[in-house]
Design a protein around this ligand. Structure first.
Ligand code: NAI
Length: 328
């Protein structure tokens, strides 16, 4: 029998946590033959609700779930962690300036990064979901100098999935026929969903669509502003789709991308495609054996270049702001 994998989830009592934990416990995060132990990290006010969720997890009698521990201490939560999903974050509230938002999140992600550095297992993989995800990942990474930088990733898989779905709807293709879509840059309104290298049933997607106006005025804004549209319709932010994307992100990282396809992940830049080294930016990546590589050699046209640069500039501004705040 396999040793259980320790999976730590922060913000476990939140709405994404509620949509996420049951799928982790049922084997969708790592595989249907991998037992898991859950560690739930919450702030003191969230502990009771997390206990309620744990009761429900017990009541599912999941064969793969080998234990649940609930704590408000990051040192305990990340002790021996193999996978960490950093979901809990400080949301932007009315009238909050960007500096205040980054400082508040620094207060969360810096100590969590340190706790990961000091206590996590050697093979730790981190996914940051809590916004601003890319910069929160940068803060956590900076606080964990002993952990290889590439283990800290930020989630743009929801954007990736949204873009695939929009493209499928536009072209009448099946979602499963769409490959090689890329989200570049920041998980924010400046993100750039790129279909120039994407394929629909083996044919180039941009050529198939052949409509740059739709691309610029409909597709890109629809994907980038989808979060706001969900809030408007549902009266609450995306939770099940965000949890699903977190599951997809880690599953793909651990189990590999399909031959001929890639995915989108916010990862530490090595300078590829002119993205300043060290920024955590979304790239096309292939994964294999628990490691990933940024896809190299794609030609970037002017349409794409402008948009990638704009999103990367936003990431650099956020990095400069957290540097000024002493968070990295
Ligand atoms: P929520 O407000 O329902 O839950 C957040 C939970 O985090 C709360 O239970 C809170 O008590 C907990 N928390 C706060 N600080 C914490 C800390 N220091 N340690 C542990 N737990 C802490 O929020 P929801 O809807 O679950 O969203 C969580 C985050 O995910 C938000 O920042 C949201 O913006 C982000 N998000 C990111 C997406 C992406 O594509 N990257 C997509 C959707 C949401």
């Amino acid at each position: 029998t396999r040793t259980p994998v320790n999976v730590t989830v922060t913000g476990a009592a939140g709405q994404i946590g509620y949509a996420l934990l049951f799928r982790i416990a049922s084997g969708h995060l790592l595989g249907s033959d991998v037992p898991v132990k859950l560690r739930l990290l919450e702030i003191p006010q969230g502990l009771k609700a997390a206990e309620g969720t744990a009761m429900e997890l017990d009541d599912c009698a999941f064969p793969l779930l080998r234990g649940i521990e609930i704590t408000d201490d990051p040192d305990v939560a990340f002790d021996g962690a193999n996978v960490a999903l950093l979901v809990g974050a400080r949301p932007r509230t009315k009238g909050m300036e960007r500096g205040d938002l980054l400082a508040a999140n620094g207060g969360i992600f810096k100590p969590q990064g340190k706790a990961i550095n000091d206590h996590a297992a050697d093979d730790i993989k981190v996914l940051v979901v809590g916004n601003p995800a890319n910069t929160n990942a940068l803060i956590a990474r900076s606080a964990a100098p002993d952990v290889p930088a590439e283990r800290f990733t930020a989630m743009t898989r929801l954007d990736h999935n949204r873009a695939i779905s929009q493209l499928a709807a536009k072209t009448g293709a099946a979602v499963s026929d769409i490959k090689r879509l890329t989200i570049w840059g920041n998980h924010s309104a400046t993100q750039y969903p790129d279909i120039f290298h994407a394929e629909i049933a083996g044919k180039n997607a941009a050529e198939t669509v052949n409509d740059e106006t739709w691309l610029a005025d409909t597709f890109i804004p629809t994907v980038a502003k989808r979060g706001a549209a969900i809030i408007e319709a549902r009266g609450a932010s995306s939770a099940a789709s965000a949890a699903n994307a977190a599951i997809d992100h880690v599953y793909t990282w651990v189990n590999g991308t399909a031959e001929g396809d890639w995915t989108s992940m916010g990862v530490v830049s090595d300078g590829s495609y002119g993205v300043a080294e060290g920024l955590i930016s979304s790239f096309p990546v292939t994964t294999k054996g628990g490691a990933y590589e940024i896809v190299q050699g794609l030609e970037i046209n002017d349409f794409s270049r402008t948009r990638i640069d704009a999103s990367v500039k936003e990431l650099a501004d956020e990095r400069d702001a957290v540097r000024e705040l002493g968070l990295i």
